[in-house]
Design a protein around this ligand. Structure first.
Ligand code: NAD
Length: 362
């Protein structure tokens, strides 16, 4: 097995290049307010904002005064820029806040994104966009009414290996794609909001299976026309009183390509592969925070692919993308419409599993 060093081209290369016009250069950075100081916000997002070219951390929103004190001190956020959930709408009066990043439990995404739009701010909201397609539509309408941007936290859209996989498939490297397999899962410990439907909106599919779904769509480069799903949950396991554990589904695409997808809260999975008439492209792990591994196979030879480190990692790329889009007017790569598409498919997956039949998509 050989190792192939690939140089990023196509959309991947776009990550490093600034599209900022001369008028915007030297302008002050845009300011983020982070809403919800939980695990992902404090361990993954906040420490990386300092690496952004177009944005910086300017405000915090939390229901826990001790967290506002701790992280406010750590990041030099003045008391005037620390908000409780009751105070939240006052961000409207703070011109230092341009962008609001909602990193709350899923069922709170819609409310806090809509309130941010109504306060005149641009919104980055974590995945899953909300807990229903109807909520996603309301979020899109609120952002549109306020004439503000709405982006969803699909960090893999800014991750070089994932972008390279898309480029390879598009370039015909695997020939005509015929099969995508995508698996995501982890063992979900009891006692967290993810296992409570009122907070999560659903089980592993909402949380981790959405990576299989979204990856299948960006790798396919087309939208599915049919979905068939099967749920497998041990209802004796107290973790699964209100949400599903395992759900597997199949999607048929217009080209004839089939995607087989896995989502689990009881076993570890993080992989995908696109197989075509000439070879395949595979990743494992495919969508981690770091440490991606990629292999390709063509002409009877399997090669490991190593990319040069990017100028911006996926977190910085995502955070900067919204700011750059606001500054330059360039279209968003992961808009509210993208989140809504996934949510409609999630609803179809649940419906197919519930009704025990394939769902044809409009
Ligand atoms: P978490 O439980 O660590 O954080 C949630 C935060 O919301 C906490 O600070 C909590 O105090 C706050 N909160 C406010 N009201 C709450 C309430 N009523 N109940 C529970 N918590 C409440 O969760 P997390 O892992 O940081 O996830 C937050 C969001 O980020 C989720 O939507 C999740 O899907 C998303 N996420 C995305 C990624 C990614 O890679 N894109 C990774 C992890 C989490």
């Amino acid at each position: 097995m050989g190792t192939r060093r690939a140089v990023l081209g196509g959309i991947g290369a776009g990550l490093a290049a600034s599209a900022l016009p001369a008028w915007a250069q030297g302008r002050r950075k845009l300011g983020y307010a982070i809403v919800g100081l939980g695990n992902y916000a404090t361990n993954q997002i906040m420490p990386r904002i300092k690496d952004c070219e177009f944005a910086e951390l300017r405000a915090l929103v939390s229901g826990t005064p001790a967290k506002l004190e701790q992280f406010g001190g750590q990041y030099g956020i003045p008391k005037t820029h620390r908000y409780s959930y009751q105070d939240y709408d006052r961000i409207r009066d703070n011109p230092d806040i341009d962008l609001v990043y909602v990193v709350l439990p899923n069922s709170m995404h819609a409310e806090y994104s809509i309130r941010a739009s109504q306060a005149g701010k641009h919104v980055l909201c974590e995945k899953p966009m909300a807990v229903s397609a109807a909520e996603c539509e309301a979020m899109i309408a609120a952002a549109r009414k306020a004439n503000r941007k709405l982006m969803i936290g699909y960090r893999c859209h800014f991750e070089p290996y994932n972008l390279h996989a898309v480029d390879l498939v598009k370039s015909g490297f695997v020939g005509r794609p015929t099969l995508i397999t995508a698996e995501h899962g982890f063992y979900a410990q009891a006692g967290q909001w993810r296992l409570s439907r009122p907070f999560s909106g659903g089980g592993s599919l909402m949380d981790i299976g959405i990576y299989s779904l979204n990856a299948a769509r960006y790798l396919a480069g087309e939208e599915p026309v049919q979905i068939s799903a099967m749920e497998s949950t041990d209802k004796r396991d107290p973790r699964f009183e209100t949400v599903e554990d395992r759900i597997d589904w199949q999607m048929r695409f217009p080209s004839g390509l089939i995607a087989n997808c896995v989502s689990s809260y009881s076993s570890g999975h993080n992989a995908y592969r696109v197989t075509g008439t000439k070879g395949w492209v595979g990743m494992e792990p495919a969508t981690p925070y770091e440490g991606h591994k990629m292999w390709t196979r063509a002409n009877g030879q399997t090669s490991a692919v190593e990319l040069l480190p990017p100028a911006k990692n996926q977190f910085v790329g995502q955070l900067d993308h919204l700011a750059e889009s606001v500054l330059t007017g360039m279209p968003l790569r992961a808009s509210g419409e993208e989140g809504l598409r996934d949510m409609r498919l999630i609803e179809a997956i649940y419906r197919s599993a519930r009704e025990g039949r394939a769902i044809t998509l409009a």
